[in-house]
Design a protein around this ligand. Structure first.
Ligand SMILES: CSC[C@H]1O[C@H](OP(=O)(O)O)[C@H](O)[C@@H]1O
Ligand SMILES: Nc1ncnc2[nH]cnc12
Length: 291
């Protein structure tokens, strides 16, 4: 099977990478079911990358229906070691304006109904998640944004992404509570992805495209899908350029990432006591630790 060290997950409004060349669709079945769509493998900045549309190319999956485990497992199957996640988010802070970009480095979990671990069924493992996003990969993304000098693109190099369940947007009281938590932006997708990426030792980083002020701002209309898509269309071209420049930089120098050894010392169950069906199901994650 084709291998790609770099993966890209595109969110709302980012259903394909325009600059991908020599494109092939790869359908992958995983022990956790089918991913949101076929993975698109192609050349970007002279490097092989794998692209996946998070909600499917026709946006048919709500956040609670996303097959997060299958998506990350499929990336792992292709050999992905660095995963860039692009997402639409609402802003929870005045200084973070619609059309700004935030490279988030923290999460707050407000989801209720997500599959967010590969473990269980006879194997117990606990990964460290204090720093849930790969700092090295985030720096490459943020540096890429700065180097492009895109007019009107305002970058925030850090931020806290509050992940809610959805699909309905927040109430004003919730939005104000999230602001009081100190969260920077709000979305519905990135946290389970980041956990599963960490469990599979993939370096994961986020590029948040700010589309709205959610519903807390007294001088702005409450968020609507129309508002989100309108703003996404306005900066989708910038997002494509940023991802392309990030991949170009990665192709010159793949940074070391602590994520690549996240499972070392994290598995509590003696390897010879893991049921063979579970061992087989997770062989992609476990083989390097089994002599
Ligand atoms: C399009 S409205 C809300 C929807 O957009 C974001 O998706 P993604 O993170 O995949 O860009 C948000 O999380 C919601 O799922
Ligand atoms: N305000 C918002 N809340 C949740 N997800 C979003 N995605 C984009 N804007 C959002």
């Amino acid at each position: 099977m084709t291998q790609a060290k770099i993966g890209i997950i595109g969110g709302s409004g980012l259903y394909k990478m325009e600059a991908l060349q020599e494109v092939r669709e790869v359908k992958i079945d995983t022990p956790f079911g089918s991913p949101s769509d076929a993975l698109i493998v192609g050349q970007l900045s002279g490097t092989t990358v794998a692209f996946l549309s998070r909600h499917g190319r026709n946006h048919h999956l709500i956040p609670s229906e996303l097959p997060f485990r299958a998506n990350i497992y499929a990336m792992k199957t292709l050999g992905v070691e660095y995963l860039i996640s692009a997402s639409a988010v609402g802003s929870l802070q005045e200084k973070v304006k619609p059309l700004d970009m935030v490279v988030c480095d923290q999460f707050i979990d407000r989801t209720k109904n997500r599959e967010s671990t590969f473990f269980g069924e006879g194997i117990v493992a606990h990964i460290g998640f204090g720093h849930p996003i790969c700092e090295a990969l985030s720096s490459v993304i943020a540096d890429a944004i700065e180097s492009l000098n895109l007019p009107d693109v305002n970058l925030h190099r850090t931020g806290t992404y509050l992940c809610m369940e959805g699909p309905a947007f927040s109430t004003k009281a919730e939005s104000e509570m999230y602001r009081s938590f100190g969260a920077t932006v709000i979305g519905m997708t990135n946290l389970p992805e980041a956990k599963l990426a960490r469990e599979s030792e993939i370096a994961y980083a986020n590029l948040s495209l700010v589309t709205d002020y959610d519903c807390w701002h007294p001088e702005h209309d409450h968020v609507t899908v129309e508002m989100i898509l309108d703003n996404l269309h306005r900066n989708a071209e910038n997002a494509q350029k940023i991802i392309q420049e990030t991949v170009r930089r990665l192709s010159e120098d793949l940074p070391k990432s602590k994520a690549h050894s996240a499972l070392k010392n994290g598995i509590l169950t003696p390897l010879d006591k893991i049921p063979s069906a579970t061992r087989e199901k997770l062989s992609l994650l476990l083989d390097k630790y089994i002599e």
